[in-house]
Design a protein around this ligand. Structure first.
Ligand SMILES: C[S@@+](CC[C@H](N)C(=O)[O-])C[C@H]1O[C@@H](n2cnc3c(N)ncnc32)[C@H](O)[C@@H]1O
Length: 226
Protein backbone atom coordinates (compact mmCIF):
# COMPACT_ATOMS: atom_id res chain seq x y z
CA UNK A 1 0.00 0.00 0.00
CA UNK A 2 1.32 3.50 -0.83
CA UNK A 3 2.92 5.34 2.08
CA UNK A 4 0.38 8.19 1.92
CA UNK A 5 -2.59 5.78 2.05
CA UNK A 6 -1.07 3.99 5.05
CA UNK A 7 -0.42 7.28 6.84
CA UNK A 8 -3.99 8.44 6.19
CA UNK A 9 -5.50 5.28 7.77
CA UNK A 10 -3.05 5.37 10.69
CA UNK A 11 -4.30 8.86 11.64
CA UNK A 12 -7.43 7.21 13.08
CA UNK A 13 -5.15 5.43 15.59
CA UNK A 14 -3.32 8.56 16.76
CA UNK A 15 -3.98 9.16 20.48
CA UNK A 16 -6.42 11.94 21.27
CA UNK A 17 -4.31 13.01 24.27
CA UNK A 18 -0.86 14.44 23.65
CA UNK A 19 0.80 11.96 26.00
CA UNK A 20 -1.32 8.99 24.92
CA UNK A 21 0.31 5.82 23.54
CA UNK A 22 1.25 6.00 19.84
CA UNK A 23 1.76 2.24 19.60
CA UNK A 24 -1.30 1.57 17.41
CA UNK A 25 -0.51 4.58 15.22
CA UNK A 26 3.03 3.43 14.42
CA UNK A 27 2.02 -0.23 14.21
CA UNK A 28 -0.79 0.40 11.71
CA UNK A 29 1.30 2.81 9.65
CA UNK A 30 4.19 0.35 9.45
CA UNK A 31 2.04 -2.71 8.85
CA UNK A 32 -0.12 -1.12 6.15
CA UNK A 33 2.93 0.31 4.40
CA UNK A 34 4.96 -2.90 4.36
CA UNK A 35 2.69 -5.96 4.45
CA UNK A 36 1.44 -7.31 1.09
CA UNK A 37 -1.61 -8.68 2.96
CA UNK A 38 -4.03 -5.84 2.32
CA UNK A 39 -3.58 -5.37 -1.46
CA UNK A 40 -3.81 -9.19 -1.74
CA UNK A 41 -7.03 -9.42 0.25
CA UNK A 42 -8.58 -6.41 -1.51
CA UNK A 43 -7.98 -8.05 -4.87
CA UNK A 44 -9.37 -11.38 -3.64
CA UNK A 45 -12.56 -9.79 -2.24
CA UNK A 46 -13.22 -7.22 -4.97
CA UNK A 47 -15.23 -9.51 -7.29
CA UNK A 48 -17.44 -10.62 -4.33
CA UNK A 49 -18.87 -7.49 -2.64
CA UNK A 50 -20.97 -9.51 -0.14
CA UNK A 51 -21.18 -8.60 3.60
CA UNK A 52 -17.86 -9.45 5.24
CA UNK A 53 -17.15 -11.24 8.52
CA UNK A 54 -13.51 -10.59 9.56
CA UNK A 55 -12.54 -13.28 12.12
CA UNK A 56 -9.67 -12.26 14.41
CA UNK A 57 -9.87 -8.69 13.10
CA UNK A 58 -7.41 -7.21 15.59
CA UNK A 59 -7.48 -3.41 15.20
CA UNK A 60 -9.83 -3.70 12.22
CA UNK A 61 -7.32 -2.46 9.66
CA UNK A 62 -9.08 -4.39 6.89
CA UNK A 63 -12.23 -2.29 7.38
CA UNK A 64 -10.23 0.91 6.83
CA UNK A 65 -8.53 -0.55 3.76
CA UNK A 66 -11.85 -1.63 2.24
CA UNK A 67 -13.45 1.77 2.73
CA UNK A 68 -10.39 3.61 1.42
CA UNK A 69 -10.62 1.43 -1.71
CA UNK A 70 -14.31 2.32 -2.11
CA UNK A 71 -15.60 -1.13 -1.08
CA UNK A 72 -18.77 -0.47 0.95
CA UNK A 73 -19.95 -3.98 1.92
CA UNK A 74 -21.28 -4.32 5.51
CA UNK A 75 -18.34 -5.30 7.74
CA UNK A 76 -18.31 -7.14 11.07
CA UNK A 77 -14.95 -7.66 12.77
CA UNK A 78 -14.68 -10.08 15.71
CA UNK A 79 -11.74 -10.76 17.99
CA UNK A 80 -11.12 -12.49 21.31
CA UNK A 81 -9.10 -9.52 22.61
CA UNK A 82 -11.56 -7.08 24.21
CA UNK A 83 -8.98 -4.31 24.43
CA UNK A 84 -8.15 -4.52 20.70
CA UNK A 85 -11.87 -4.49 19.87
CA UNK A 86 -12.33 -1.31 21.94
CA UNK A 87 -9.41 0.33 20.09
CA UNK A 88 -10.79 -0.89 16.72
CA UNK A 89 -14.19 0.60 17.58
CA UNK A 90 -12.65 3.88 18.62
CA UNK A 91 -10.56 4.20 15.42
CA UNK A 92 -13.52 3.14 13.25
CA UNK A 93 -15.62 5.91 14.77
CA UNK A 94 -12.85 8.47 14.35
CA UNK A 95 -12.45 7.50 10.69
CA UNK A 96 -16.22 7.62 10.17
CA UNK A 97 -16.33 4.07 8.77
CA UNK A 98 -19.85 3.43 7.50
CA UNK A 99 -21.55 0.10 8.24
CA UNK A 100 -18.56 -1.29 10.16
CA UNK A 101 -19.11 -3.04 13.51
CA UNK A 102 -16.80 -4.79 15.95
CA UNK A 103 -17.54 -7.42 18.60
CA UNK A 104 -15.52 -9.36 21.14
CA UNK A 105 -15.87 -13.15 20.89
CA UNK A 106 -13.86 -16.35 20.91
CA UNK A 107 -14.07 -17.67 17.35
CA UNK A 108 -13.16 -21.17 18.53
CA UNK A 109 -16.36 -21.25 20.63
CA UNK A 110 -18.91 -19.45 18.46
CA UNK A 111 -19.28 -17.46 15.28
CA UNK A 112 -22.08 -14.99 14.59
CA UNK A 113 -24.76 -15.77 11.99
CA UNK A 114 -23.45 -14.59 8.66
CA UNK A 115 -24.08 -15.11 4.96
CA UNK A 116 -21.54 -13.54 2.63
CA UNK A 117 -17.74 -13.48 2.51
CA UNK A 118 -15.33 -14.22 5.34
CA UNK A 119 -11.75 -13.11 6.09
CA UNK A 120 -9.42 -15.07 8.39
CA UNK A 121 -6.10 -13.27 8.39
CA UNK A 122 -3.13 -14.46 10.47
CA UNK A 123 -5.35 -16.17 13.04
CA UNK A 124 -5.27 -19.94 12.48
CA UNK A 125 -1.99 -20.60 14.26
CA UNK A 126 -3.43 -19.25 17.53
CA UNK A 127 -5.89 -22.15 17.72
CA UNK A 128 -5.21 -25.83 18.50
CA UNK A 129 -5.38 -28.22 15.52
CA UNK A 130 -8.89 -29.52 16.24
CA UNK A 131 -10.27 -26.03 16.75
CA UNK A 132 -8.72 -24.95 13.44
CA UNK A 133 -10.59 -27.64 11.51
CA UNK A 134 -13.84 -26.73 13.28
CA UNK A 135 -13.35 -23.00 12.65
CA UNK A 136 -12.57 -23.58 8.96
CA UNK A 137 -15.78 -25.61 8.65
CA UNK A 138 -17.82 -22.93 10.46
CA UNK A 139 -16.30 -20.15 8.37
CA UNK A 140 -16.90 -22.06 5.13
CA UNK A 141 -20.55 -22.63 6.09
CA UNK A 142 -21.00 -18.84 6.21
CA UNK A 143 -19.81 -18.30 2.64
CA UNK A 144 -22.75 -17.47 0.37
CA UNK A 145 -22.96 -18.56 -3.28
CA UNK A 146 -20.57 -16.25 -5.14
CA UNK A 147 -18.89 -15.33 -1.82
CA UNK A 148 -15.32 -15.99 -0.73
CA UNK A 149 -13.39 -17.14 2.29
CA UNK A 150 -10.03 -15.37 2.17
CA UNK A 151 -7.38 -16.74 4.49
CA UNK A 152 -3.86 -15.64 5.12
CA UNK A 153 -1.86 -18.13 7.05
CA UNK A 154 1.62 -19.42 7.48
CA UNK A 155 1.95 -23.07 6.47
CA UNK A 156 4.04 -25.68 8.27
CA UNK A 157 6.53 -26.97 5.70
CA UNK A 158 9.79 -27.02 7.66
CA UNK A 159 11.31 -24.29 5.48
CA UNK A 160 13.53 -21.43 6.68
CA UNK A 161 10.54 -19.10 6.25
CA UNK A 162 8.46 -21.43 8.43
CA UNK A 163 11.05 -21.22 11.22
CA UNK A 164 11.36 -17.41 10.94
CA UNK A 165 7.58 -17.07 11.24
CA UNK A 166 7.43 -19.24 14.36
CA UNK A 167 10.19 -17.30 16.11
CA UNK A 168 8.59 -13.94 15.26
CA UNK A 169 5.13 -15.07 16.48
CA UNK A 170 6.63 -16.22 19.77
CA UNK A 171 8.45 -12.89 20.20
CA UNK A 172 5.19 -10.98 19.48
CA UNK A 173 3.62 -12.94 22.31
CA UNK A 174 6.53 -12.45 24.70
CA UNK A 175 6.61 -8.65 24.20
CA UNK A 176 2.86 -8.53 24.84
CA UNK A 177 1.61 -7.54 21.35
CA UNK A 178 -0.21 -10.86 20.97
CA UNK A 179 -2.17 -11.82 24.08
CA UNK A 180 -2.43 -15.43 22.88
CA UNK A 181 0.53 -17.61 21.97
CA UNK A 182 0.70 -19.68 18.78
CA UNK A 183 -0.75 -23.16 19.34
CA UNK A 184 -0.43 -25.09 16.09
CA UNK A 185 0.88 -24.33 12.60
CA UNK A 186 -1.38 -25.86 9.92
CA UNK A 187 -0.03 -27.53 6.79
CA UNK A 188 -1.59 -27.07 3.36
CA UNK A 189 -3.55 -30.34 3.44
CA UNK A 190 -5.21 -29.58 6.80
CA UNK A 191 -6.45 -26.21 5.51
CA UNK A 192 -7.57 -27.62 2.19
CA UNK A 193 -9.56 -30.62 3.50
CA UNK A 194 -12.35 -28.89 5.50
CA UNK A 195 -12.83 -26.21 2.86
CA UNK A 196 -13.17 -28.64 -0.01
CA UNK A 197 -15.48 -30.80 2.14
CA UNK A 198 -17.69 -27.70 2.51
CA UNK A 199 -17.91 -27.35 -1.27
CA UNK A 200 -15.47 -24.46 -1.75
CA UNK A 201 -13.08 -24.19 -4.67
CA UNK A 202 -9.55 -23.19 -3.55
CA UNK A 203 -6.61 -21.25 -4.86
CA UNK A 204 -3.43 -21.11 -2.75
CA UNK A 205 -0.49 -18.85 -3.53
CA UNK A 206 2.53 -17.58 -1.56
CA UNK A 207 2.21 -14.00 -0.32
CA UNK A 208 5.78 -13.32 0.73
CA UNK A 209 6.20 -9.72 -0.52
CA UNK A 210 9.44 -8.37 0.93
CA UNK A 211 8.93 -10.24 4.21
CA UNK A 212 10.92 -13.25 5.51
CA UNK A 213 7.69 -15.03 6.58
CA UNK A 214 6.04 -18.15 5.14
CA UNK A 215 2.72 -16.46 4.40
CA UNK A 216 0.17 -17.85 1.96
CA UNK A 217 -3.04 -16.38 0.61
CA UNK A 218 -5.87 -18.85 0.20
CA UNK A 219 -8.98 -17.78 -1.68
CA UNK A 220 -11.84 -20.27 -1.34
CA UNK A 221 -14.92 -19.54 -3.41
CA UNK A 222 -18.43 -20.96 -3.42
CA UNK A 223 -19.82 -21.18 -6.93
CA UNK A 224 -22.49 -18.60 -7.67
CA UNK A 225 -26.05 -19.91 -7.84
CA UNK A 226 -26.98 -20.76 -11.47
C1 LIG B 1 -1.84 -11.56 14.12
S1 LIG B 1 -3.34 -10.88 14.64
C2 LIG B 1 -4.15 -10.54 13.09
C3 LIG B 1 -5.09 -9.39 13.16
C4 LIG B 1 -5.80 -9.03 11.86
N1 LIG B 1 -6.51 -10.20 11.29
C5 LIG B 1 -4.84 -8.46 10.85
O1 LIG B 1 -4.51 -9.16 9.90
O2 LIG B 1 -4.40 -7.32 11.04
C6 LIG B 1 -4.26 -12.30 15.21
C7 LIG B 1 -5.57 -11.91 15.87
O3 LIG B 1 -6.33 -13.10 16.13
C8 LIG B 1 -6.99 -12.90 17.35
N2 LIG B 1 -7.40 -14.21 17.89
C9 LIG B 1 -6.62 -15.22 18.36
N3 LIG B 1 -7.37 -16.24 18.80
C10 LIG B 1 -8.67 -15.89 18.60
C11 LIG B 1 -9.92 -16.53 18.86
N4 LIG B 1 -9.98 -17.74 19.44
N5 LIG B 1 -11.06 -15.87 18.55
C12 LIG B 1 -11.01 -14.63 17.98
N6 LIG B 1 -9.85 -13.98 17.71
C13 LIG B 1 -8.69 -14.59 18.01
C14 LIG B 1 -5.97 -12.18 18.22
O4 LIG B 1 -6.54 -11.54 19.34
C15 LIG B 1 -5.36 -11.21 17.20
O5 LIG B 1 -6.00 -9.95 17.20
Amino acid sequence: MAREQARHIAEAFRPSRQLGSRRDYYYSRGKLGSDPLYPGVLAALAPAPAPLLDIGCGLGLLAHVLRQAGQQQPYLGVDIDADKIARAQCAGTRAGLADARFACLDASAELPDHHGSVALLDVLQYLPAQAQAALLGQAAARVAPGGRLVIRTTLADNSGRDRTTRITDMLAHLVGWMGTRPRHYPDAASVRAPLEAAGLHLQMAPLYGNTPFNNWLICAERAAAP
